[in-house]
Design a protein around this ligand. Structure first.
Ligand code: SAM
Length: 281
């Protein structure tokens, strides 16, 4: 009998995938970590019941969380990533001419399992001389670090356990402190279909500290409901004002598969039925 993985979304629905092979299955101090192989989406990293990233569509989420905020800043030299243990976001970020990228992931098992069973997702990112991987709580790190960054990206699990404070006003205030005077922040902010309260909470909490707050969307086939949101907080630059030529010139040599100048602006201007996610903009 085939084994099936059930990734619950909102009330009364789930995505269900046939598991052809279990490649890794262990419990860390923080979560149940699995890497499984599925017929349509290939290898998947699963934390507790939630699909985090897959062979087939990781590029969509990682390109949109990395490049839209990095392009919003005219000249990012330093990047902070909170969470993101699979390294896919780090890999995208390092395509920019950064001097350093600090990544703070609480769970080493996530990094090790990805490197062992889905190494294509991080590529060489963890071995890049600009990378400084720290295995510790991102909330505590941001509270006490003396370093300063141009861009900060929050690639966390949905809010439960140690990721709950990563959606709070205190954390965004601490990120404001570690960002340069023209710094840019972006975070995954959940499903526009069943986590509307979460998006509103993130926008409210970021808005306490950042004068510019923009929510944008992308379609990620393996996230429950497919539609996903990201929220950007900025001290000076507004992503809606970045010109198409400027975007194209910054990313044209990266060989991206989702993020383009057109997608940048489409993501920030969702169709009418989704406008509630950008309410107030
Ligand atoms: N793209 C994914 C998604 O939205 O489903 C998130 C991927 S990434 C694997 C999420 C990471 O956040 C996990 O590896 C988890 O261990 C990490 N994380 C959760 N809470 C954290 C914290 N307080 N500090 C640092 N990392 C944290």
């Amino acid at each position: 009998m085939a084994e099936w993985l059930r990734d619950p979304g909102g009330e009364g629905f789930a995505h269900v995938y046939r598991i052809d092979e279990v490649l890794f299955d262990e419990r860390s101090a923080y979560q149940h970590v699995r890497v499984v192989r599925t017929p349509l989406f290939g290898r998947m990293l699963v934390l507790d019941e939630a699909v985090q990233t897959t062979d087939s569509d990781e590029f969509i989420y990682h390109e949109m969380l990395a490049h839209l905020p990095l392009v919003t800043h005219p000249n990012p030299r330093s990047l902070l990533i909170i969470g993101g243990g699979d390294g896919g976001l780090l890999e995208e970020g390092l395509k920019h001419p950064l001097e350093r990228a600090v990544m703070v992931e609480i769970d080493r098992m996530v990094v090790d399992a990805t490197l062992r069973f889905i190494p294509e997702i991080p590529g060489d990112a963890f071995a890049d001389p600009r990378t400084d991987l720290r295995v510790e709580d991102g909330f505590a790190y941001v509270r006490q670090t003396d370093l300063r960054f141009d861009v900060a990206l929050v690639d966390s699990t949905d809010p439960h356990g140690p990721s709950v404070p990563l959606f709070g006003a205190q954390f965004y205030g601490d990120l404001h402190r570690v960002l340069a005077d023209d710094g840019v922040l972006a975070a995954q902010s959940g499903s526009p279909l069943y986590q509307r309260d979460l998006i509103a909470q993130v926008r409210r909490n970021m808005g306490q500290h950042f004068p510019i707050v923009r929510t944008y969307v992308a379609t990620v086939p393996t996230y429950p409901g497919v539609l996903w949101s990201f929220t950007l907080g900025s001290k000076r630059y507004d992503p809606v004002e970045i010109g198409r030529d400027q975007i194209a010139s910054r990313v044209e040599r990266f060989g991206l598969r989702y993020y383009t100048a057109d997608q940048h602006h489409a993501a920030l201007n969702p169709p009418p039925f989704l406008r509630y996610v950008t309410a107030g903009d």
